[in-house]
Ligand binder design. Structure first.
Ligand code: ADP
Ligand code: MG
Length: 353
């Protein structure tokens, strides 16, 4: 196993920079998710790592071995990597066992060793019962497991996954996220996992790199990305945030709805304007004005819905600005009621860009 490092990596197609000056280090044995909307450069980054395409500039290192640079690109078969495509690409005329063992057969490993490794891999991926079936006789989730088993059996140094769950229906997708994570924990191959689904990234990744227009906007643990988004793009992409704007009063406070909203995150330039992200569930809803007045804003309940475990409010503050607030279901306040919002400063994240 080895780390994977991208150093100022770019891939240009004519005037378009599909990957634009990306630097990222994935520690040995970690699972990183490249997360971003369609067209942001995820697949291109993965194909650069796999060696299917050459960088326009920059380098890729695996451990301390340089595998890609504009001067020299090591071919995919010499990289000791396995890649799983969105379409799985299983061989329809081969059984599950033959598909899974294929990489070992190619490497001319003796039959006994192959049989042993195959049995172990089929057991790990819960495919024993399907060993003699053909891909066409399997469900989507089972085909997905075959693709995973086939990629893992060759014991790659690095595992590359491109939207591996996007062909599955919602329930199965959720189940398979945990499966991918379980297999990762068992084998600990350095893994680069591409997805446009933020909850998939949250459940599987050690590290998330949020991409936008060929660049990494922010890289960090799922907690960091969720709790401390740095840019408006990241806050909006991860979702469940209110994003409000105000004039900067000093280095840490923004004029907002008649109060001076104290924020953390980006340092404010007095006189400028800043967007602030506040998660829906980080706002406290009070039915009487509190003792402290810092970061408190009066509001009116516009509507609320009961969601079982929680209650989802839409409230309106000065200037007709609407905010969503998620609180415990017990907090049942009627439509039209006056409320006070407490926006804790540690949850008000000043954003850049
Ligand atoms: P993602 O996987 O995030 O959806 P891609 O990496 O596939 O995005 O594509 C990033 C951008 O690069 C897109 O605008 C895409 O159209 C462009 N692109 C990808 N491959 C090529 C290519 N071979 N030639 C020209 N443009 C390409
Ligand atoms: Mg893609």
């Amino acid at each position: 196993m080895a780390s994977v490092e991208l150093r100022r990596l770019s891939k240009r197609y004519g005037p378009l920079a599909a990957v634009d000056d990306v630097s990222l280090k994935v520690g040995h044995g970690l699972l990183v998710c490249l997360l971003g909307p369609s067209g942001c450069g995820k697949t291109t980054t993965l194909r650069l790592i796999a060696g299917f395409i050459e960088p326009s500039s920059g380098e890729i290192l695996v451990g301390d071995r340089m595998v890609s640079s504009p001067a020299r690109t090591l071919p995919p078969e010499q990289r000791n990597m396995s890649m799983i495509f969105q379409s799985y690409a299983l061989w329809p005329h081969m059984t599950v066992a033959e598909n899974v063992a294929y990489g070992l057969t190619l490497r001319k490993i003796d039959r006994e060793t192959i049989a042993k490794k195959l049995a172990a891999m089929l057991a790990t991926t819960h495919l024993q019962a399907f060993a003699e079936r053909y891909p066409g006789e399997l469900s989507g989730g089972q085909q997905q497991r075959v693709a995973l088993a086939r990629a893992l059996i060759v014991e790659p140094e690095t595992l590359l996954l491109d939207e591996p769950l996007s062909n599955l229906d919602a329930n199965l997708r959720e189940e398979m996220r945990f499966e991918v994570r379980r297999l990762h924990d068992q084998y600990r191959y350095t893994t680069v996992y591409v997805t446009h689904d933020q909850s998939e990234a949250m459940t599987t990744a050690d590290l998330i790199a949020v991409m936008n227009a060929g660049k990494i906007e922010q890289a960090g643990t799922p907690e960091e990305i969720y709790d401390r988004p740095r840019s408006e793009f990241v806050a909006r992409f991860i979702g469940s945030s209110n994003i409000v704007k105000g004039k900067n009063l000093d280095h840490s406070r923004v004029a907002f709805a008649g109060t001076a909203l104290r924020c953390e995150g980006a340092k404010l330039v007095p006189g400028g304007e800043t967007a602030v992200s506040i998660r829906q569930h980080d706002i406290r809803l009070l039915t009487a004005p509190p003792q402290t007045v810092e970061n408190v804003v009066p509001a009116t309940v516009m509507r609320q819905v009961f969601l079982g475990g929680s209650r989802d409010y839409m409230v309106e503050i000065a200037g007709g600005i609407q905010l969503r607030v998620v609180v415990p279901a017990e907090q049942d306040i009627p439509q039209g009621a006056a409320v006070w919002l407490h926006l804790p400063p540690e949850h008000c994240r000043a954003l850049v860009g």
